[in-house]
Structure formats: C-alpha cells, structure tokens
Ligand binder design. Structure first.
Ligand SMILES: Nc1ncnc2c1ncn2[C@@H]1O[C@H](COP(=O)(O)OP(=O)(O)OP(=O)(O)O)[C@@H](O)[C@H]1O
Length: 299
C-alpha cells in the first residue's frame, strides 16, 4: 500500500470533524473521497499533507509516517483556487517548477506538454487574471503536478469546469495514473468518481460509511435496477412481486427490485408475446448509492 490511514481522528475543540477514519490506497490507484459539504474531505487532505496534525491515529506512506516523507513526492490542488494574478501563465509554471527544484529545461518540457493537452497554447503569455476561471484552474492543476509527484491530491478538481474541460482533466488524470502516479481526489459529482476511481471512501459527517472497491460497493446492492422499454403497462409491472419502486423515465420504465432474482419472472411476463425494445438489469449508479447511504439529506 502507498498510503494508509489508521484510526485517524481530528477534533476541533468539542467538534469531531473526522472520526476513526481508515482507508488505504495502492500504488498507481485512483481513489475518490466523496461526501457532502462539511463531511471532512479537506480536513483529511490537510492531515495527509501534514498541514494539520491528527488528534489521534496514524497516516503512513509506504510504511513510513507521512510527515517524515520528502514533500516533493506530493502534489496538491487545494480547494481554494488561487494563482498569482499578475504573473503570466508560463512564468507562473516556471515559478512552481523551480520551487520543486526542477531546472528550466525540465520545466519547459512539462509546460509544453501540458499547455498543449489543456488547450492553453494561446494563453501562455497572458496574465493569469485575464484568464477565465476554468482556465485559471487548469493552470493551477498543471502547477500541482508539474514536478511529477508520486502522490497527487486534488480537492474538487472538477468543480467549475465545463464538460469539454472535464474530459481534458479526466484524460490527464488517467495519463498520470498510467505513469504510476497515485491519485486521491474529492468530488461532489458522482459520475466523475464512477468513471475514474478503482476505490473510494464515502464520508458522512466525518465517519466512513464505506471504503473499498467501487465494484464491492455496487455488489452490496446487487443488480437491482431494471430498465424496460416495452408495451407492457407500468401498472402491470408495478404489480409484479419484488418491485420496490417503479418510475417512468421518458420512454423507459425503471424498476428497483428487492433483489436480482425478481428479474427473471418479470422477463417471462414481458417477453410473453410483447415487443421488447429494452430489458437491462444493472447495478445502481454511484449517485443512487450515495443518496441511499447518506439518506434524504443530499440535495
Ligand atoms: N479550523 C477549523 N475549526 C473548526 N471547525 C473546522 C475547522 N476546519 C473545518 N472545520 C469543520 O470540520 C468539518 C469538516 O470540514 P471540511 O472542510 O473538511 O469538509 P469538506 O468535506 O471538505 O467540505 P466541502 O465539500 O464543503 O469542502 C466542517 O463541519 C467544518 O466546519
């Protein structure tokens, strides 16, 4: 394991922001930390980065206490966005690279590569303050990993990015993973987590509701989402046994089943002389699981 948190607690006076948190991240894995506002994600990141001390518990990197590890193996995109407004994009990135001990040739290579990937070529010589928010965020992202850290922590990296830039970021994250970078990121947007993460931890008010592989989380619920497009009526399907919930979603009827075994009798009814355009039995989406786990409080 690269990163390991064991029984980590963070208290602010009487308030417990993180309570007995345990999870580990394997080398080269993408790990998602998800939770509502105030769940304790940023606090956890700050403890991993040794910017805050845990009240109790241990955090280790490759078996050594995280605070004994060379800072240059880490990269961090903080939640607070901010770059030097008056500095040109390129100067900015040279500055952060030099801070990490890189020479100008190495930095130039990285800048050329990432500026191109993030579609910022025409902004190179522009002052940061003249860039749109999304473009400023991309510059800050490049700054966080320009030194090729072994372990990259991204706090809400997708927030504020349009769909095209979200895809650019997703591809960048996958590229970094393929180069061996271990990546931990937080997000409120479950589709990003679902697409990218191998493993995740679901936090609610500082307590972990689940930590482990995405597939194991999905298996807890089983394949209970049945989507049907047919000429059989909603009323008839709603009367079938094992149906917990039924709703119309445009042309589809979506059933939530008590468990997977109820799908076969429904198939037998639907396939009996009817035209079936769609019959698909799936795991719940991470968004649906999240809402179920955190209850009705998720807006
Ligand atoms: N310095 C502090 N003093 C007191 N309470 C704090 C402090 N920092 C954070 N908290 C509280 O700890 C809890 C967790 O905060 P944290 O910022 O880690 O949440 P988060 O999951 O990152 O939320 P968000 O998604 O809104 O960024 C919140 O209730 C917050 O008010």
């Amino acid at each position: 394991m690269s990163l390991k948190l064991e029984h980590v607690v963070k208290k602010y006076k009487d308030f417990t922001a993180v309570n007995d948190l345990n999870f580990s991240i394997g080398k080269g894995e993408i790990f998602g930390l998800i939770g509502q506002n105030g769940a304790g994600k940023t606090t956890t990141f700050r403890m991993i980065l040794d910017l805050q001390e845990p009240t109790s518990g241990t955090i280790s990197w490759e078996g050594k206490p995280i605070n004994s590890v060379n800072r240059d193996i880490l990269g961090y995109l903080p939640e607070e966005r901010g770059i030097f407004p008056q500095m040109k994009v390129e100067e900015q990135l040279y500055f952060f690279g030099e801070l990490r001990g890189m020479n100008r040739n190495e930095i130039k290579k990285e800048i050329d590569f990432w500026i191109n990937r993030f579609d910022l070529e025409d902004k190179r010589k522009n002052k940061a303050e003249t860039l749109s928010k999304g473009n400023q965020q991309k510059v800050q992202l490049i700054a966080s990993f320009i030194h090729k850290p072994q372990f990259l922590i991204l706090d809400e990296p997708f927030s504020g990015l349009d769909p095209v830039n979200r895809d650019l970021l997703k591809n960048a994250i996958l590229l970094l993973k393929n180069q061996g970078t271990t990546i931990l990121f937080s997000s409120h947007q479950m589709d990003n987590v679902e697409e990218l993460c191998d493993h995740l931890c679901l936090l609610k008010r500082g307590v972990s509701l689940f930590s482990g592989s995405l597939l194991d989380l999905k298996k807890q619920y089983g394949k209970t989402k049945l989507t049907i497009r047919t000429n059989v009526s909603t009323e008839q399907l709603g009367r079938m046994s094992g149906v917990k919930e039924i709703k119309q979603d445009r042309e589809d009827i979506v059933l939530t089943l008590m468990d997977e075994s109820y799908a076969k009798p429904i198939f037998d009814v639907v396939s009996n002389g009817n035209y079936i355009e769609k019959f698909s039995l799936d795991y719940l989406s991470l968004d649906e699981i999240f809402k179920d786990k955190v209850g009705g409080e998720h807006e």
